[in-house]
Each structure stands twice: as structure tokens, then as C-alpha cells.
Design a protein around this ligand. Structure first.
Ligand SMILES: [Cu+2]
Length: 200
């Protein structure tokens, strides 16, 4: 009997501790692998604790054609960027968070340089990098579609220097070519072919 009480107590303490950690987390996620499509499905559970408000990016190409969206959400793992894109050239494309929340066609120069507050250089393979806004390359399939999830701890949707909602805002830019992940300042990834402002 004594032993049973002990087990019960341990279980109770574990549950209380788990509840407390969930309540203190900014958000709670359920990750479910879906091997059929090779991506993770992520479900946001709004019943848990205070959270950072999600963000949305609506992409357009240089002709003004809508080419998809990114949904950004933040939890203790960082900022998750879920991309659903279409009508893009097949192949490998550099994609980055840029420092200005402006996407003026056709060249999207208004989006500015890569988002970076610590004066680091571009690229995960660069000893002096990476930029806060650097992301892995994006693969667009033969049908011009891409479905991809990136998680980054380099930025936040809340306040502070690395906030994507700093004065002037930020954007996500897709480039014509692959990012070599080491050449400063933009990985030789070529022209900017699509852009969307990070918004709420
Ligand atoms: Cu870029």
C-alpha cells in the first residue's frame, strides 16, 4: 500500500510539472510525421497559455502573380516557417528573410539586404556567418510547387533586436538560383523572383 501511494504521488507530481511547463511555454505544438508527402504536419493548439501571435506572408512574383504563402508561428523551438508555393520555376532557389518589409515589383530591391543585426556575413558554411535571415535552399518541383517547413532560432515574432516586426518590418525573398551558402552577401543566388512582406 505504501508503495502504491508512492507511485501515485510520483505520477501526480509529474502531471503537475508537465502542466506547469506547458502553461509557461509560448505555444504548444503537435508534430505528426506524414511520410506520404515527406513533410511534417504541425497542428497549433490554442488552448495552451500565452503565445506569440502568428504571422503570414503572401508571395507575389515580379509580374504580380500570387505564388503562395508562408505561415510563421513561434514556440520554444523557435520560429516555424511553413511554405506553400506554386507557379515558380522548377529547381533550387535561395530564400531569405530580408531586412525591409517592402516588396516593390519587378526587382524587389525594396526588400533590402538580408535580415541581420549582428553584422555577421552570409551563409551557414561561412565562418563569419550566418545572417539571421539565412534559410536553407528551397526545392521547387517539376510542377512549380514547393511545400517546405523551416525552423529558425535566429529570429523572433515578438519584441527585441531580432524581431521580424522591428521598425520597417521584414520580408521573405525567393531568388532565381541556388544559394551557395557561403558567398557574402547573398550566396550568389541571383535575381529576386518572388517576395512577400511578413504581416499580421
Ligand atoms: Cu535573399
Amino acid at each position: 500500500m505504501q508503495r502504491r501511494h508512492g507511485v501515485f504521488l510520483v505520477t501526480l507530481v509529474s502531471c503537475v510539472a508537465l502542466g506547469a511547463s506547458n502553461a509557461s511555454a509560448r505555444a504548444h505544438w503537435r508534430h505528426a510525421a506524414n511520410p506520404a508527402v515527406g513533410v511534417h504536419t504541425i497542428t497549433y493548439d490554442q488552448t495552451f497559455g500565452p503565445r506569440v501571435k502568428p504571422a503570414l506572408v503572401k508571395f507575389q512574383d515580379s509580374n504580380g502573380v500570387k505564388v503562395g504563402t508562408a505561415r510563421l508561428i513561434e514556440d520554444t523551438d523557435g520560429v516555424t516557417i511553413r511554405l506553400l508555393l506554386h507557379h515558380l520555376p522548377p529547381g533550387t532557389h535561395g530564400i531569405h528573410l530580408h531586412a525591409v518589409g517592402s516588396c516593390v515589383r519587378p526587382d524587389f530591391a525594396s526588400a533590402g539586404a538580408h535580415f541581420e543585426m549582428l553584422h555577421r556575413q552570409h551563409g551557414r558554411l561561412n565562418n563569419h556567418g550566418p545572417h539571421a535571415g539565412d534559410l536553407p535552399n528551397l526545392q521547387v518541383n517539376a510542377h512549380g510547387r514547393a511545400r517546405k517547413i523551416f525552423v529558425t532560432k535566429q529570429v523572433t515574432l515578438s519584441s527585441g533586436d531580432h524581431s521580424l516586426f522591428h521598425p520597417g518590418g521584414t520580408s521573405i525573398v525567393i531568388h532565381a538560383g541556388p544559394d551557395d551558402e557561403h558567398t557574402d552577401p547573398s550566396g550568389n543566388s541571383g535575381a529576386r523572383i518572388a517576395c512577400g512582406v511578413v504581416e499580421r
